[in-house]
Design a protein around this ligand. Structure first.
Ligand code: ADP
Ligand code: ZN
Length: 221
């Protein structure tokens, strides 16, 4: 099975992916990939950071190439695409690359949340610099302040979780990413879910929906 997780920044894409990982799906987060490149100060990282810190998107060609390379090297895995595609151009590139490799996209999970919740969540979000684990100052602090429970890495506020960058990311989402909802409705792949639910509840709703789709499609054979 291969999925895309779609949603505003702060919709809970990364958190639900943490649950999915338990099912042996490979979590492919372009945001995490860029953050790792930034941390290692690679050329790609420097380029990506010049866009990311302002809340803008990294150019499509750069992002598409990264995903293509991963898929070509490992075409037979089950992927969960988190934060990719984010533009129509990226969705078309993903489709072409998957078609070329004979891989099918099974569903696009669209997490729906309103802007107030996004702002509340992102301004309280903290992440582990090393493993990407997500915390928040409201109800999910690491046991030792500033230290990741999972890997001992440093837990920080992302530069793009500052309020100006959050607002810009919401604009970018509305202008460039929201059109993907119609694109994937036309492909018959969209599954709308309430992103304000707690992660565990959300995961259960998504799994139930996926199982229903699976039994529907097998009964149509
Ligand atoms: P969020 O969904 O919370 O904004 P991500 O970790 O998915 O967080 O992305 C962080 C930033 O990385 C984005 O604001 C953007 O600048 C960049 N980025 C991530 N994925 C993509 C993508 N598919 N295309 C272009 N830029 C991306
Ligand atoms: Zn960690």
């Amino acid at each position: 099975m291969n999925f895309v997780i779609l949603g505003k920044p702060g919709a809970g894409k990364g958190s639900i992916c943490e649950e999915f990982k338990k099912n042996n799906l490979i979590h492919l987060s372009t945001g995490d990939i860029f953050r790792r490149e930034i941390a290692s100060q690679s050329e790609l990282g420097l380029l990506a950071n010049s866009y990311i810190r302002k809340g803008n998107l990294v150019p499509d060609e750069v992002t598409n190439d990264i995903i293509k390379k991963i898929l070509v090297e490992n075409p037979n895995k089950d992927y969960i695409f988190d934060g990719y595609p984010r533009t129509i151009n990226q969705a078309q590139a993903l489709k072409k690359n998957m078609d070329d490799l004979g891989i099918e996209l099974d569903a696009v999970i669209n997490l729906i949340v309103d802007d107030d919740l996004v702002i509340e969540r992102l301004s309280s979000r903290r992440v582990c610099k090393e493993c990407g684990a997500i915390y928040n100052t409201r109800n999910h602090n690491p046991k030792v302040e500033g230290v990741c429970d999972k890997c001992g890495g440093e837990v920080i506020t992302r530069a793009d979780d500052k309020i100006e960058a959050i607002k810009e990311r919401l604009n970018v989402y509305n202008n460039q990413t929201a059109p993907l909802i119609d694109y994937y409705i036309k492909e018959g792949l969209i599954m709308n879910v309430d992103g304000s639910l707690d992660t565990i509840d959300l995961y259960q709703v998504v799994m139930k929906n996926l199982n229903e789709r699976k039994s529907l499609s097998s009964s149509n054979l």
